[in-house]
Design a protein around this ligand. Structure first.
Ligand SMILES: [Zn+2]
Length: 247
């Protein structure tokens, strides 16, 4: 898979899309399984042979992390705010997004002012790639009648909202929590507090909500929404918003 991706990069000259910090490279390497580590190692050697060791690491890192998202949602997952039309209008007028007929949007002119990238600036891809993949920075609005739990492969174990007990075996509940987010409960073995999955403390590596703004192609911690954007969201919904990441 990664060899294919790598070849694709070579052909499409996509490699310039990746200027990524060393920290990011390390985070990525840690997340690889054994087989991928071998691939990573091979590719690194391949890159070294051409005197571009660092660049090739960066390319691979970038490809592996393309599935990350930054999500914004009301702080209370059970929020009653459901006016997606006013949300679209606000985000369009703020120029975070460009107008669109669906709930998937290209980034607007002011996206770089409303979403701040930390550390070194990555070369962001804002246009859909020629292979029609979704590996580019764009915005999707999600609306659901019921609370949706949002987690990813790299989501850290959530904590009990009452005593902060770390639920280290949470992955065994992951599927049922996703399917029954508002009916399944979890009882804390330490303090006996009973919580719905959406009430757990997911910190910034997971979350839940009915209305979510997803900014695709952002790695956890790589970018944050500016206060102005969070304030605008608060002003239209009457409540505080939070953000988190999945990858
Ligand atoms: Zn507890």
């Amino acid at each position: 898979m990664y060899f294919n991706s790598f070849n694709h990069v070579g052909r499409a000259r996509w490699s310039v899309a990746a200027i990524i910090s060393q920290k990011r490279t390390q985070q990525c390497t840690v997340g690889l399984d054994q087989q991928n580590q071998k691939t990573f190692h091979k590719l690194s050697l391949y890159g070294a042979g051409f005197g571009k060791f660092v660049n090739h690491n960066h390319i691979i890192t970038h490809l592996l992390l393309m599935n990350g998202s930054l999500l914004l949602t009301p702080d209370n997952p059970d929020s009653d705010f459901d006016d997606i039309d006013i949300l679209k209008l606000t985000l369009t007028e703020a120029e975070l997004i460009q107008p669109a007929a669906t709930n998937s949007f290209l980034c607007g002119e002011k996206f770089p002012q409303l979403i701040t990238f930390m550390g070194c600036s990555p070369h962001l891809v804002f246009e859909p790639p020629e292979d029609s993949s979704d590996k580019y920075c764009h915005v999707i609005l999600h609306q659901h009648d019921n609370i949706q739990l949002v987690t990813g492969q790299q989501t850290a174990p959530p904590r009990c909202p009452s005593c902060r007990h770390r639920i280290s075996d949470w992955k065994k509940y992951q599927q049922q929590w996703h399917e029954h987010t508002s009916s399944e409960t979890w009882s804390c073995p330490k303090c006996e507090c009973v919580s719905y999955p959406w009430q757990l403390d997911w910190r910034q590596s997971g979350g839940a909500g009915k209305l979510l703004i997803e900014i695709k192609n952002i790695f956890p911690g790589e970018a944050v929404p500016v206060d102005q954007l969070l304030a605008q969201l608060k002003s239209i919904s009457g409540e505080k918003w939070r953000y988190f990441y999945i990858a």
